[in-house]
Design a protein around this ligand. Sequence first.
Ligand code: MRU
Length: 337
Amino acid sequence: MTVLRAVRLDEQDRLIIIDQTKLPGELVFVELRDKTGLIDAIARLKVRGAPAIGIAAAYGVFVLARSYSGLARLEFLEALRADIAQIRHVRPTAINLAWALARMEEMLRQHEHEQPRQILPWLRREAQAIFDEDAAICRAIAAHGAPLIRDGMGVLTHCNAGWLATSELGTALAPIYAAQEQGKKFRVYCDETRPLLQGARLTAYELMAAQVETILLCDNMAASLMAAAQVDIVFVGADRVAANGDVANKIGTLSLAINAAHFGIPFYVCAPSSTLDQSAPTGAQIQIEQRDALEITEMWYKERMAPAGVGVYNAAFDVTPRELITGLITEAGIKYF
Ligand code: MRU
């Protein structure tokens, strides 16, 4: 299976991402050189998916630090810390962004008495560690989740939690890729995931490239597919997991979980344990990102799809209560609720 890197440092230590807004039509690689470019890429979902956002931000801190390395030490620290504070709020629900930036800040703090050029290798090393750890986590999730997939199954997934959303392999798609490598025969239903179509544009792209049998459906079709006994198991990713096990993930995950519970279909959430937010006792404390109304009324079309002036609800994520989740698959194994 060919896996590209959604986020990487190239041989010259340039931060390169795949511009995911162009997929599946064009595979475009762009360099993120400065804070404006990094913030724009995260805000507009050129780079997206909780782990990939964290990795991009971590590499981004290194790239920004390098651009400030000619400054005197205190000015360097001030400029970099101000940028980190700004980047942290670009996407509020995915905890990986704040988590990765906190790791970079801690590395900066540990070396703050050194000169800027001496600090750079430490920041690079920490960002690379975040990437490498994520890759190992994805492989572990693949190993824990693959045995749940059996020949003949219909597997349903929502949004995109594949290699485009992580360092490699993905979280929710990792067991699927592992089961495919093991030669199992199954099909994957992928929700198109309105409004930004991560399922249609990205998951279908990934799965078809891996030659997985892929069937695309509109989000509102999942219940009827379940009623027709075509879905045997559901795998989704997570943007944040509250201390009690409630899960924030892409909008639509909650209705999928309710439907799965109604039909008695196992519903698994796949995520690194760093997605766990102990400071949020339940899902009610997780901040849900609200996005531009234009994503619903106009985006992806040349003409408006809705009357001008209509009110719009555009929550990017929802919270699925723990009671609806069969198990949480992390690098440590499967935790059953
Ligand atoms: O808005 P997005 O595309 O960043 O949302 C992505 C998701 O909701 C994913 O399921 C989640 O981040 C996990 S990605 C491994």
